[in-house]
Design a protein around this ligand. Structure first.
Ligand code: BJW
Ligand code: ZN
Length: 261
């Protein structure tokens, strides 16, 4: 079922109102309206000659540490400048309306936390937690990255204070395992929930993309919010095709969980 803007299916509004356990599973689209480019659009401007899927690998970091670190510094600066948008705020508000809400994100920004969501499960790590590529020691940046380190600018990663190896971004690259505890908790929440909202993700990257399927297999209602179609469209009970910053507040209003705004 495909729905356009402001046209919230009553069955979904009821499911949200009545759900006791909710999982909100988010991807880069939830931060798009905060000005953070989605993963598959992240290489804009001078970065457009690179391929995101090729840069987000341990092999790329070993071969071109300056290119990969420069790209992540540029994105860390973008994340620090960004502010939560009405989609992040609506998700945080949901938890204040009585249901048990687990926010599971693939995003490496911290906009859910800054909107007020607690206990966010980050499946793909964080831009704000670099660590040593050899010994794993956390690395604290002495300063924020330059306001704009410049698109396409190469920056050598700093050396680890303990062992001298290059510091790497604290994110999960292709071919790497997800953080075990966050993944286990996310699976548990998806298995137990009554409703899973999949928001702003292309649902292409595994194993994260298994979560809506897991919830479906356990009988939960699954709804998706995304302006574009994804592989989940054929399986979800409801597909809201539009921007999250408009549709999530509309969904709260249609469910009677928010009375204005
Ligand atoms: C809006 C909007 C608005 C726009 N409102 N929406 C099974 C089958 C096939 C392959 C595999 C498989 N299992 C594992 C794999 C391999 C691989 C994988 O999934 N590959 C696929 C590409 C096919 N997975 C892995 O390697 C994972 N590890 C693993 O499986 O370990 C076991 C293993 C070990 C050893 C060998 C092999 C396996 C790890 C995956 C880690 C992914 N990491 C990244 C990079 C993180 C750091 C960084 O950001 O740079 O995570 S990749 C990238 O994709 C990033 C994202 O979190 C993730 C998901 O992307 P997301 O969030 O969906 O963003 P986009 O850009 O794709 O989509 C945005 C969406 O928003 C779009 O749909 C827009 O329409 C929408 N949108 N505006 C609402 N206003
Ligand atoms: Zn080290």
């Amino acid at each position: 079922m495909t729905t356009t803007h402001q046209d919230i299916p009553p069955a979904l509004a009821r499911a949200l109102r009545e759900a006791r356990r909710i999982v909100v599973f988010t991807g880069a689209g939830v931060s798009a309206e905060s000005g953070i480019a989605t993963f598959r659009d992240a290489l804009t401007g001078l970065w457009s000659r690179f391929d995101a899927q090729a840069l987000a690998t341990p092999e790329a970091f070993r071969a071109h540490p300056d290119v990969v670190w420069g790209w992540y510094e540029w994105r860390r600066a973008q994340s620090l400048r960004a502010r939560p948008n009405p989609a992040h705020l609506a998700i945080a508000e949901l938890a204040r309306r009585g249901a048990e809400v687990t926010v599971v994100t693939q995003n490496v920004d911290d906009l859910h936390e800054r909107a007020g969501s607690a206990g966010v499960l980050h499946l793909h790590g964080s831009l704000h937690a670099p660590r040593c590529s050899a010994c794993g020691q956390p690395w604290r940046p002495e300063a924020d990255p330059p306001e704009d380190p410049g698109e396409g600018r190469r920056i050598m990663p700093p050396a680890c204070g303990a062992c001298g190896a290059p510091v790497r971004p604290g994110v999960v690259w292709f071919g790497e395992s997800l953080p075990a505890r966050a993944w286990q908790e996310a699976r548990g929440a998806a298995e137990r929930c009554d409703l899973l909202l999949s928001v702003g993700t292309s649902a292409l990257v595994y194993p994260a993309a298994e979560l809506p399927l897991l919830a479906l297999s356990k009988g939960a209602v699954v709804a998706q919010v995304n302006p574009a179609a994804t592989p989940l469209d054929a399986r979800a009970h409801h597909n809201l095709h539009g921007p999250a910053a408009t549709l999530l507040p509309a969904l709260l209003r249609a469910s009677g969980l928010r009375h204005s705004g």
